[in-house]
Write a protein that binds this ligand. Structure first.
Ligand SMILES: *Cc1c(COP(=O)(O)O)cnc(C)c1O
Length: 441
């Protein structure tokens, strides 16, 4: 475990989060249950925000990448931490606006934004649209002309750096659905094109090189490539970018194969990026650009755990033991999608040493419905509470009603208090949008 003051084993030998015993949480809210530690989220927001303040004279902004976990309460927290957010769909944008999030601090991403989404963003005076296609630029310009408004944009650039956890690759031509490639010249030509648009204000450039990255060198390389590109377009097109958005992607602890970072370690990551940015600006003799970063996973990932109740246990001698829980790919599809790894603990017996390696299976009718494979646990019994750690990011946001299972509720915990931020679904919710055509009645 990557323990901290708000996630530890308490004197009763139970897992405790946000000052509450998980056994108490289960008594009160049942399982499956998503639990989110508010202090950790706020600490992470503050670390990024304060590092920009301290190391870069406040010349930048942290955006919470809300695709990691989007619900009304999370935008309230982001707002009160005085950071911005990025959204990637009309639905996320709606949720942010509904929570009263300031529109000027919203950045809108997506490789195929719908015309309706673009118009919705412009009508709501969204601060920045990160443009990822020529046709998108045409639409923005058209809507703005009709409405008599201007729209600030960044261009999503593909700098040819792709990072994966502990290594990165530099490619001349990355096969990606995202961004305008520097290598093949489309990045430069889209800058030229943007400058012809009367209703668009091009502010600068954006890149996002990957996710779950620990390698500082890959971020430095992205800075170098983006700064070189900025200088190239300044020299050749006379356009001076004032904003540089370097995306998100900082890694978190899932298992002991990953680094166990504390909040202050993330400040070091960001300082490394800032130092490189300053070094390059100095080398090119250009002003420091306004820095935007977009961490998602690292803000909410380790803040979250999921609590389940152990049900059936199937031991296939000499092969494998399956411990089944009352959740599965409908609340966490990440193993099914890409064999994501997790750490599990028996929350009600958290001091007991692991004695066996098991796979935690879900309850869906799908062999691939595994929550986590090959985890070390004490011998689990039916009725035990099983906690899967680091589930705050890309779990609830990827949940579904597969097999007509109910998406679990989520509670926010802080200082020993727990409150719903996503209430339980009901069976009635499942049929809410179902319609029976007359001839079937
Ligand atoms: C997914 C994404 C992020 C956040 O990535 P994390 O790995 O969750 O930090 C930021 N920016 C963009 C454009 C993204 O697509």
């Amino acid at each position: 475990m990557n323990t901290r003051e708000t996630l530890k084993v308490n004197a009763q030998g139970h897992l405790e989060i946000g000052g509450i015993d998980t056994v108490t949480l289960v008594e009160k809210f049942g399982t499956p249950l998503y639990v989110l530690d508010e202090k950790y989220i706020r600490d992470m927001c503050a670390v990024y925000r304060d590092t920009i303040e301290r190391e870069y004279d406040g010349n930048g902004i942290v955006l919470y990448a809300s695709k990691a976990l989007s619900c009304l309460a999370i935008y309230k927290i982001a707002k009160s931490e005085k950071i911005g957010v990025d959204v990637v769909s009309g639905g996320e944008l709606y949720t942010a606006l509904k929570a009263g999030f300031p529109a000027e601090k919203i950045y809108f991403h997506g490789n195929n934004k719908l015309a309706s989404e673009i118009e919705y963003a412009i009508d709501n005076k969204i601060g920045t649209i990160v443009v990822d296609a020529r046709a998108e630029m045409d639409l923005i310009d058209k809507f703005c002309a009709e409405k008599g408004v201007m729209q600030s944009i960044l261009l999503r650039i593909n700098p040819g750096v792709e990072a994966h956890t502990h290594h990165y690759i530099q490619t001349a031509k990355t096969d990606s659905k995202f961004g305008f490639s520097v290598a093949d010249g489309t990045a430069k030509s889209i800058v030229e094109y943007a400058l012809t648009k009367k209703n668009i204000v091009l502010k600068g450039f954006h890149c996002h090189i990957g996710s779950q990255i620990f390698e500082k060198q890959s971020f430095k390389l992205a800075v170098d490539k983006m700064m070189a590109f900025a200088v190239e377009v300044r020299d050749q097109l006379g356009f001076e970018a004032t904003v540089l958005n370097l995306g998100g992607g900082y890694g978190i602890w899932y298992t002991d194969e990953d680094a166990k970072l504390t909040c202050s370690d993330y400040a070091i990551y960001l300082k490394t990026i800032i130092d490189e940015l300053k070094r390059k600006a100095n080398e090119y003799k250009i002003p420091n650009p306004y820095l935007v970063i977009e961490p998602g996973r690292s803000i909410v990932g380790e803040a979250g755990i999921t609590l389940y109740t152990v049900g059936t246990i199937k031991d296939i001698p000499g092969i494998k033991k399956y411990v089944a829980v009352d959740g599965g790919m409908f609340d966490n599809p990440r193993y099914a999608l890409y064999q994501a790894k997790y750490t599990a603990v028996l929350a009600n017996r958290a001091l007991e040493a692991p004695t066996e390696t098991v796979s935690v299976a879900g309850k869906c009718c799908e062999s691939g419905d595994i929550v986590c494979a090959d985890v070390a646990l004490p011998a689990a019994k039916t009725g035990d509470i099983l906690a899967v750690l680091s589930t705050g990011a890309y779990n609830y946001s990827m949940a579904s009603n597969y097999n007509r299972n109910l998406i679990p509720p989520m509670v926010l915990v802080k200082d020993g208090q727990a409150n719903y931020i996503v209430k339980p679904q009901t069976f009635e919710d499942l049929v809410r949008n179902d319609v029976i055509p007359d001839y079937l009645k």
